[in-house]
Design a protein around this ligand. Structure first.
Ligand SMILES: [Zn+2]
Ligand SMILES: [Zn+2]
Length: 267
């Protein structure tokens, strides 16, 4: 067991405010009502190292998909003193467009990815428009180029990225999504990414519609909470409530950069 602990920051870079609830839950009685979504990248850091989790998407990708990018992920990182150009470790939770764009902004990085995710994003399932829709081919090709330049660390299941930082494969949403478990002073915190987009997904077992295996998604909701040791230390990947439940890093970053390694604001 490592004694390393980390600060964890959620950086919001984009949002979509016109979403409706039926777009977030399968078979729930939630057919109407607004349901905004936030887009984040995350930073895990201590005195020894800085690890970025996911690379988001840029304004051009956002325009294609009708999402407003408030600041490029690299610009959000700059706000907290992290130069994307010198980041050495990036965990890519999965290859969906909103998690694996802007790879070129990280020229020194080694990318941590599940083997199953690369196989899925480049394999026969992508012949189906329904399954490839959340991917952007240029992002996937960029990752293939990173494989060919020796910059991808492949994992299969559970793996350690650094002392106190581990990744864990969670099925169901994509073939090889990985969540990230981080040791902090307040206990282990789990960045769920899209293994739970919203608190409501894992807290109430309400499955998100972009799903390739519902049983795996439901098992994932259980696994997230087991990894964190408490549902209160599971951080969903897209929920605007994250910015309400955790404090801003400082008065300038309200609504943009919030700290996830500290006590939640809701008792
Ligand atoms: Zn996704
Ligand atoms: Zn996502």
């Amino acid at each position: 067991m490592s004694s390393d602990t980390y600060e964890i920051l959620a950086l919001k870079y984009a949002e979509l405010t016109t979403r409706r609830r039926f777009e977030s839950f399968v078979a729930a009685d939630d057919h109407d009502g607004p349901h905004p979504i936030d887009y984040f990248v995350w930073v895990i850091r201590n005195a020894d190292r800085t690890i970025v989790v996911d690379t988001g998407f840029d304004a051009a990708e956002g325009a294609k998909r009708g999402r407003k990018v408030d600041r490029a992920p690299a610009a959000a990182l700059e706000q907290i003193g992290v130069a994307a150009g010198s980041v050495e470790q990036v965990v890519v939770t999965h290859l969906h467009y909103d998690h694996a764009g802007t790879l070129g902004a990280f020229p020194k990085a080694r990318f941590h990815l599940q083997e199953a995710e690369m196989a899925y994003a480049t394999g026969p399932c992508m012949c189906h428009n329904f399954l490839r829709y959340p991917f952007t081919v240029e992002h996937v090709c960029d990752m293939v180029r990173n494989v060919y330049s020796g910059r991808v660390a492949f994992h299969d299941g559970d793996a350690e990225v650094a002392p106190g930082v581990t990744v864990h494969k969670i099925g169901g949403h994509s073939r090889g999504l990985q969540c990230v478990r981080v040791a902090t002073a307040t206990g282990p915190v789990v960045l769920a990414s899209d293994s739970s987009h919203y608190y409501e997904n894992f807290e109430q077992c309400k499955v998100f519609p972009i799903t390739i295996d519902i049983a795996d998604v439901l098992d994932g909701y259980v696994r997230l909470q087991a990894l964190a040791g408490s549902p209160r230390r599971v951080v969903p990947g897209h929920d605007p409530l994250v910015l309400k439940r955790y404090p801003a890093l400082n008065s300038q970053t309200q609504g943009i950069v919030h700290r996830l390694d500290v006590a939640r604001l809701d008792a």
